[in-house]
Structure formats: C-alpha cells, structure tokens
Design a binder for this molecule. Sequence first.
Ligand code: ARG
Length: 251
Amino acid sequence: MKKMIKILALVCVFAALSVCFVGCGEEAANTNVIKFGTNAEFPPFEFVKGDGSFDGIDIQIANLIAADNGMTPEIVNMEFDSLLVALENGQVDAVIAGMTVKPERAEKVDFSISYYQATQVMIVKEDSTIAKASDMAGKKIAVIQGYTGEVCVQKMGYEYTSFKKGTDAVMELANGKADVVVIDSATAAKYVADNKDLKIVEDATAFEGEEYAIAVKKGNKELLDKINASLQELLDSGKISELGAQYAVAE
Ligand code: ARG
C-alpha cells in the first residue's frame, strides 16, 4: 500500500512537471511579442474600428516594425496620460501614439528618430472670428488632457477646459459650449472632415512644428536601435508617406 502511494506521488510530480514544461514552452514562444502602448483616440494615427480592432498610421507602422524584426505586435490601448508610466513599468515595450518629442518627456523615456511632422491648429465654427492664436483671448478654449496642445495654451496664459478625448472637445465645440479646440493638425483635419460646420485655423507664428516619435524605456538601446533601423527604412522607401496619404485627409 505504501508503495502504491509512493508511485502515485511520483506520477503526480511528473504530471505537475510536464504541465510546467508545456507552460514554460509557451512562454518562450511569447518572448517574441512586442507590446506597443497607444491611446486609440487619435485618428488618423490610431483609432478603434467598428469591429473593435485597431487601425491607423501608427498601428500600421507598429505592424511593419514588428514584422521587420521577426516579432509579433500586440497593441495595448490605454489613456494617453498613462503611456509613459506603462513604459517605465515594463507594461509595454514601446509607445506609438502620435507622440510629440518634448524635453520633459525625453527625461523619462528615450525617443526614436521622428517619423511625422505636425503642428497644433485651432478648430473653430465656420463663422468664427478667430483668425489667429491671440484671438483666443477671452474665448472658451477646449484642449485634450496631457496633449501638447494643452501645454501650448497653458504657456500662452489662457484659461481652458481639458477633455479626455478629442471627440469630446470637438463635441463641445459643435454644441456651442466651446469656441475653439487646439489639437494636432492631421487629427483636426479628420474631425473637420466629419463636421462641415467646422473649419481649421492655422497660426504658424504661434504654434511651432512638432515631431512624432516612438518611445522606449530609458536605456533600452537594443530595442531603440531596431526601431530606428526599421523606421529609417520605412521613411526611405516612402512607406510612411504612403500611409499618410492613405489614412489622412488630403489638406
Ligand atoms: N502629439 C500630441 C502629444 O504628443 C498628441 C498625441 C495624442 N496621441 C494619442 N494617441 N492620443 O501630446
């Protein structure tokens, strides 16, 4: 009887071990996954399609970078404000989110070469008298929390209201509860294309050029080198301009 118990115990140990081996094997296969953090509220760079899948210029770039390095891409969607923390925590490997390179951000994470040039613009009602940035004085300004547009308006010294999503800010404008939304150019073009009552006002003297880049955890040179090499290829081959033409509204 004792022998039987011993044998049973052994069988159990083997069974447990084999489960572990299977489990560990799966984990090993997963090490080739590259997790891209984004905030899919930023067309044409990242948005959620009707079927719940992610699409946009950045999503395509992420897929191409992963393929170029024999990795499987995984998109992790979260609030824009959480992205850099998620990178620092190791929750994601890279952030691709139409993210503008800023010295304050570069203190926390490392940025790749830039892959897109943008600027802030103002979205206003078709009949608005706002023609330049200084016309926003005394107006109801809407921005999106944590975006560079918020920082711009803050620096100009105007009061503003921050929204969680671009669509919320634009809704406020369309409803007449805000007079102007300050947001990135290509995203503004998308919102205006969807709402004929709105127009874009540019002011190159007030809003400086911005460069979008991919962020990695500080010191992750190995991944940064891979991303930079792939991005350079995508820029040189014209693939990124092609994606821009495919997803953005012609200006
Ligand atoms: N370019 C702006 C910034 O870096 C806005 C980016 C918003 N991106 C997004 N995926 N929601 O702050």
